[in-house]
Design a protein around this ligand. Structure first.
Ligand code: C5P
Length: 307
């Protein structure tokens, strides 16, 4: 078989409820994932050895400096795991074209891993031994957000965020994303969340799924969704990157019906009521100069898909 290309979406967390720190260093979550139309592409082709290259997607200004091109790259690790399962050599050239911000809180690395899982399975799994569920299970060993990048749509994740149930949604939601210069480390943001809670002498509660959020999704109600967006990591992201406060405030002032830090940040996500509103909001945010880059996207969209 020749080259295989897989397109894979970014995510925004509509609800990120962070429970107490577990003994294994992770937190129990209620994580409502939503896949949006900002895509990386991974092309896999047979090669003499495992190789990875990374470039910014055409028309995208993603800074790819921090992305490893050795065996540490999550996509390379994904290729190895698929090869192990199928008993083949992981000899594949992976070309990654990034439009999802790096270390931006939109699960770009997890997306590339998910795309590599799907692409390598397509290359090597002649006898269809691996189902999509198998790929999601392999993905969970690579990172908490990888299974969702395989699945896509909108889904509720529990545990580390890897145990997923698709959520009922209606229609399309219109988003504007404001990226920031430089990333934030996910472990550092979780650690800051723990530190702030300790400082405030606050015990972490077991998070539960927001009923209001689920109703807004099921009825396709953007205002309801905007009012119920929540992210327990936001105070930590703002503490580590205080300038994000100005970005969030600008989005609200300029008419966003919902505004929050995406995942562990520093990307900020703004919800608009209509596509036209999103165009206007994007222009206004661009003019306000509060972000590195402004990107529009809609959701939900499917997970990792062969193109
Ligand atoms: O699973 P993943 O490798 O993406 O997680 C990165 C880091 O984020 C973990 O090492 C941990 O510090 C933090 N994390 C967490 N609780 C989760 C998911 C991630 O504390 N449920």
């Amino acid at each position: 078989m020749n080259a295989v290309t897989v397109r894979v979406p970014a995510k925004v967390n509509l609800q990120l409820g962070v429970g107490p720190l577990r003994d294994d260093g992770y937190h129990d979550l209620v994580n409502v994932f939503h896949a949006v139309s900002l895509f990386d592409e991974v092309t896999a082709e047979p090669s003499g050895r495992l190789e990875v290259s990374v470039q910014a997607a055409p028309h995208s200004r993603v800074a790819i400096g921090g992305v490893p091109t050795d065996e540490d790259n999550l996509a390379a690790r994904a290729a190895r795991l698929v090869a192990e399962r199928l008993g083949v050599r992981p000899d594949v050239r992976l070309r990654i074209r990034k439009a999802i911000p790096v270390a931006g809180g939109m699960a770009g690395g997890s997306a590339d891993a998910a795309a590599a899982l799907v692409a390598c399975a397509r290359l090597w799994d002649d006898r269809d031994q691996l189902t999509r569920d198998d790929l999601m299970e392999i993905g969970a060993d690579l990172g908490s957000d990888v299974p969702f990048a395989v699945l896509g749509g909108t889904a509720v994740g529990v545990g580390r965020g890897e145990r997923l149930t698709p959520a009922l949604t209606r229609g399309t939601f219109h988003w504007v994303f404001a990226t920031a210069d430089g990333g934030l480390s996910t472990p550092a943001v979780y650690a800051e969340c723990d530190r702030l809670r300790m400082e405030a002498e606050e015990t972490a509660q077991w998070p539960t799924v927001s009923e209001g959020l689920m109703t807004a999704l099921a009825t396709g109600d953007p205002k309801g969704l905007g009012a119920t967006l929540s992210n327990d990591l936001q105070p930590a992201a703002l503490s580590l990157r205080p300038s994000l406060r100005r970005t969030i405030d600008a989005g609200r002032d300029l008419g966003a019906i919902g505004a929050l830090v995406s995942g562990s940040g520093p990307t900020c996500a703004f919800l608009a009521e209509t596509d036209d509103d999103a165009v206007g909001l994007a222009e206004a945010l661009h003019g306000a100069g509060v972000a590195e880059q402004i990107v529009r996207a809609h959701g939900p969209v499917p997970g990792a898909t062969l193109v």
